[in-house]
Design a protein around this ligand. Structure first.
Ligand SMILES: *Cc1c(COP(=O)(O)O)cnc(C)c1O
Length: 228
């Protein structure tokens, strides 16, 4: 666990290098530390090393951690698949939700988000890998969902998110991320004020940054391999 601070520093350095190589400012890329499956002690160590944004993908596990760590000023990101019976808990605990891919889920999150709290920042998940992945709208279907989300006052559409299939082929990584960037640019041209491309994980975040990622979601490279 003592390596978490060193891992974080190494990841931040890699982000900065990738940003510079792409002619981008490193501070334009936010790091969400994916703490799923790791106990609060690990999150506290990352916090001590300056990390504030954390990603979780299971509601029950996340709410337990958020409750236990409520004294610390974290920004929690829900990055997992969203079941409709969990939208209440997600809306109550997360300022960011990355994987919205159905109108019904967006409506339920909107209905559950309390008045007087900030709208939930949401990203539409796009399936950029075709049949290799089941989650996300098909490319081309994102504008319909964006239009629906724009009608929901308790949600703020920030951008697009993708989880491409794992591949060591960096040219293929780049193509998947480029597609998400192009889809976001198309929405911006259609009048949607989007500022977020949530893409890039431990094994492909440099390619994602080269294609314009503004949020990278990184777990293994910070916390080590997961048991599940
Ligand atoms: C687990 C997960 C990550 C982090 O993956 P690593 O390969 O461990 O960096 C990022 N995004 C999502 C949606 C995840 O579920």
């Amino acid at each position: 666990m003592a390596t978490i601070a060193a891992n974080l520093q190494a990841v931040r350095a890699r982000i900065a290098r990738a940003a510079q190589a792409a002619g981008r400012a490193p501070e334009d890329i936010a790091l969400v530390a994916v703490s799923k499956t790791f106990a609060p002690d690990y999150i506290i160590l990352a916090h001590a090393a300056g990390q504030r944004a954390f990603g979780e993908n299971q509601v029950q596990e996340a709410v337990a951690k958020i409750t236990e760590l409520a004294r610390l000023p974290f920004e929690w990101h829900f990055i997992g698949p969203i079941q409709s019976n969990k939208t209440g808990a997600i809306a109550a605990h997360f300022p960011w939700v990355h994987g919205v891919d159905r109108e019904k889920i967006a409506q339920r999150l909107n209905a559950a988000r309390a008045e007087g709290t900030a709208p939930i920042n949401v990203c539409i998940q796009v399936n950029v890998s075709g049949e290799a992945s089941k989650s996300g709208v098909r490319p081309g279907e994102e504008e319909r969902l964006a239009a629906a989300i724009a009608q929901l006052p308790r949600l703020k559409l920030r951008g697009l998110m993708a989880i491409p299939e794992p591949t060591p082929d960096t040219a293929l990584q780049r193509r998947r991320f480029a597609l998400l960037r192009e889809l976001k640019e198309k929405l911006v041209a259609r009048g949607y004020a989007l500022d977020t491309l949530s893409m890039g994980m431990s094994d492909d975040f440099e390619a994602a940054i080269a294609e314009g990622a503004t949020i990278v979601r990184i777990g293994t490279a910070i916390f080590g391999p997961r048991a599940r």
